[in-house]
Design a protein around this ligand. Structure first.
Ligand code: FES
Length: 156
């Protein structure tokens, strides 16, 4: 992120240290992760200890300290989803994208993650794509949804 881009975000939040969480959210939305250099700059500019910023950055699942793809695909591997076929979905995605959970595809299109129960077990097996929940999934349906997302983003 450039200094000018960061300045825009800081200005939007009145350069207030009380708004640091919202500032981190804006950086995450812009970059798909929180670059270390940008966090150091935020710390300096708002006079908030870097340890406090890292505490927030690691506390909330929404933040990532490593680069993420444009689309975040989270497969629930909790007990209910496991029983209903989560492992098969995960295998399909790992094979298709040649990544393991926690990794991002080389083209920076997808990041694959797993989670242990999202509290919607009645929808098992559950997959979350960019914060949208998709219940009773199959690997092939997840791939169709992702292809649809990709086509839509290529057209816009
Ligand atoms: S185990 Fe997947 S939502 Fe609960």
């Amino acid at each position: 992120m450039t200094s000018a881009q960061l300045e825009k975000i800081l200005t939007r939040h009145d350069h207030q240290s009380a708004n640091v969480l919202a500032i981190l959210q804006d950086i995450q939305a812009s970059e798909n992760y929180l670059p270390r250099k940008t966090l150091e700059e935020v710390s300096k500019r708002l006079q908030v200890p870097l340890t406090q910023i890292y505490h927030l950055a690691t506390f909330y699942r929404t933040f990532s300290l490593t680069p993420r793809g444009r689309h975040l695909v989270t497969v629930c591997t909790g007990t209910a989803c496991h029983v209903k076929g989560a492992a098969s979905i995960l295998n399909t995605l790992e094979r298709e994208f040649e990544v393991a959970p926690g990794e991002t595809t080389d083209d920076k299109e997808y990041t694959l993650e797993t989670v242990n129960c999202l509290g919607s077990c009645a929808l098992a097996p559950l997959v979350v794509i960019d914060n949208h929940y998709h219940g009773r999934m199959l690997g092939s349906r997840v791939l169709s949804l992702l292809r649809g997302e990709k086509d839509a983003s290529e057209k816009s």
